[in-house]
Design a protein around this ligand. Structure first.
Ligand SMILES: Cc1cc2nc3c(=O)[nH]c(=O)nc-3n(C[C@H](O)[C@H](O)[C@H](O)COP(=O)(O)OP(=O)(O)OC[C@H]3O[C@@H](n4cnc5c(N)ncnc54)[C@H](O)[C@@H]3O)c2cc1C
Length: 481
């Protein structure tokens, strides 16, 4: 039913659709909260049209079991409001379920009798456990997972846990050209759904009950929610900052980053769309088009054109690094444990976990930015006031927590809690791998051995001073909350 490369994004997780009976097609939206460029929605609609069935998109809102907060849920819900409206214009019903996902989705399948259910892909353990339980309790419904988060589907890019970016990069280069294709548009759906569904508005009371139970940080995020705002952010970035991105991205005193991570995290924007827009810039500049055609990503230093050089750097971050994070979480169940690290890293952690720490801070002291290190405090304040530490400072922020807490696993646990609680883009494989890289050397190599860090890469204040004007950065965040 599906042509390549769409077919390779889709995985059957139980039995194929052979009998074709059922009253509708359901797409359970979860990680990819958008209508445009959503291959799970495209696949579900193609299937529904072929079977002459109505299409329902459902989203299950449940009480957070992790560290996510009220403000982050509000951002997500406003984005879902945009999804609901866009779907309505396409004659597709959006059905919001509030409650425990496995039970509520199971009951919904019983009522709506889907011929087929599509899910979007998430490598993290919670969503995967949910899929396992749905497969087990609904043996007669064919179910498919569609990877529309990664530009190259996780299972196509690699069939194993990659050792490092160096081993993953050639695989990305190999498939890049094949997947750099604009997805089909969603059409006005030709079949009406006549059953009962719940809109966001009709579920407001239950939504409020969930929001009331969540922790609030009081952060007013400077990001407009929703897929239109995401596209605007991308266009603004390409127009205003792409030229300086390659040169200035590691300077936290400059505003040179894309700011796309919250949109990519909530799936309000796809990396494929970013790549397509970058391709247009690259094509416009002429010189590098042949590199993309020959399925090689351009290297930053091969270009005199600054925008093209920046496009190359951004693709390295957003495709190679980001999709390597999904690869790690997908193929390693212990993606947040010291046992998930390379053997050399586990060994050095064992040898140095008990080393005496010169400074030690509790989670509360860290949360309140009460350390002796003003650069670290500034990063922490940047996070608690804006919801996003600059990418370069995130590494320093995490490395120091390793240095100041009793052992590596405690550092990982504290970092995950703070990262997910304050960062709008938290709760993401990128964050988990960023933390595991900083504390446990994931995807890295051994460095010169030293106290506490062992052979894990170390960062210090002098290093920051050499890279950028650290005093300015500290001043910028001195009075933040
Ligand atoms: C300790 C630590 C924690 C992190 N926590 C998160 C997190 O919770 N969520 C998150 O999305 N990223 C996280 N990162 C990765 C990176 O810091 C952020 O993606 C980046 O700072 C987001 O800002 P931006 O979109 O403006 O970045 P840009 O530089 O404009 O990058 C564009 C996109 O590329 C991807 N990207 C950039 N850097 C990396 C990287 N190092 N690894 C993987 N992908 C990358 C992101 O999707 C990002 O949105 C973390 C890194 C570290 C070291």
């Amino acid at each position: 039913m599906f042509d390549q490369p769409l077919a390779s994004r889709i995985r059957c997780i139980n039995k194929p659709d052979t009998n074709g009976s059922g009253d509708c097609v359901v797409y359970v939206m979860s990680r990819d909260q958008r209508v445009d460029d959503n291959h799970a929605l495209i696949a579900a609609q193609k299937h529904a049209i072929e079977k002459s069935l109505p299409l329902i998109v459902t989203f299950c809102l449940y009480q957070s079991t992790g560290h996510r907060t009220k403000e982050q849920y509000e951002f997500m819900l406003q984005g879902l409001g945009v999804v609901e409206k866009e779907l309505k214009d396409k004659n597709i019903v959006f059905h919001l379920i509030v409650g425990k996902s496995s039970q509520e989705l199971g009951s919904f399948f019983e009522e709506s009798k889907p011929s087929v259910v599509f899910f979007d892909f998430n490598p993290l353990s919670g969503p995967r456990t949910l899929l396992d339980s749905l497969v087990e309790s609904n043996p007669d419904i064919p179910m498919y997972v569609v990877d529309t988060h990664n530009m190259i589907p996780c299972w196509v890019a690699s069939d194993k846990k990659e050792f490092s970016a160096a081993t993953f990069r050639p695989k990305v280069h190999k498939y890049f050209g094949e997947y750099l294709i604009a997805p089909d548009d969603i059409v006005k759906h030709p079949h009406d759904f006549k059953g009962k569904t719940s809109s966001i508005r009709s579920q407001q009371k239950d939504i409020d009950a969930i929001l009331d139970k969540l922790v609030s940080t009081g952060i007013s995020y400077d990001f407009k929610p929703g897929e239109h705002a995401a596209r605007k952010k991308l266009a603004d970035f390409i127009h205003n900052k792409l030229e300086v991105y390659a040169h200035d991205r590691n300077d936290p005193t400059k505003d040179a980053l894309s700011g796309l991570s919250p949109y990519l995290h909530f799936g309000q924007l796809s990396s494929l769309r970013v790549a397509l827009e970058l391709q247009a810039v690259v094509n416009g500049a002429g010189a590098s088009l042949h590199l993309l055609e020959s399925k090689k990503m351009p290297q930053a230093n091969s270009f005199s054109n600054k925008k093209v050089a920046s496009a190359a750097v951004l693709l390295e971050e957003m495709i190679v690094r980001k999709e390597l994070s999904d690869n790690f979480c997908y193929y390693k169940d212990d993606y947040l444990l010291v046992s998930g690290a390379h053997d050399w890293a586990q060994e050095t952690i064992r040898e140095h976990d008990a080393d005496k720490r010169e400074h030690q801070y509790s989670k509360e002291e860290l949360q309140n930015a009460e350390t002796h290190d003003e650069a670290w405090n500034a990063a922490q304040r940047q996070m608690t006031s804006t919801g996003k530490i600059h990418g370069y400072m995130r590494m320093y922020w995490a490395k120091k927590v390793k240095e100041w807490t009793p052992d590596a696993q405690t550092a990982v646990d504290i970092l995950v809690e703070l990262n997910d609680k304050y960062h709008l883009d938290g709760g993401d494989p990128n964050g988990y791998v960023g933390i595991m890289w900083s504390v446990c050397g994931v995807h890295d190599r051994p460095w010169t051995e030293r106290e506490v860090f062992g052979k894990i890469r170390y960062m210090n204040y002098s290093g920051l001073k050499r890279k950028f004007d650290i005093e300015t950065y500290i001043k910028l965040h001195k009075n933040s909350k």
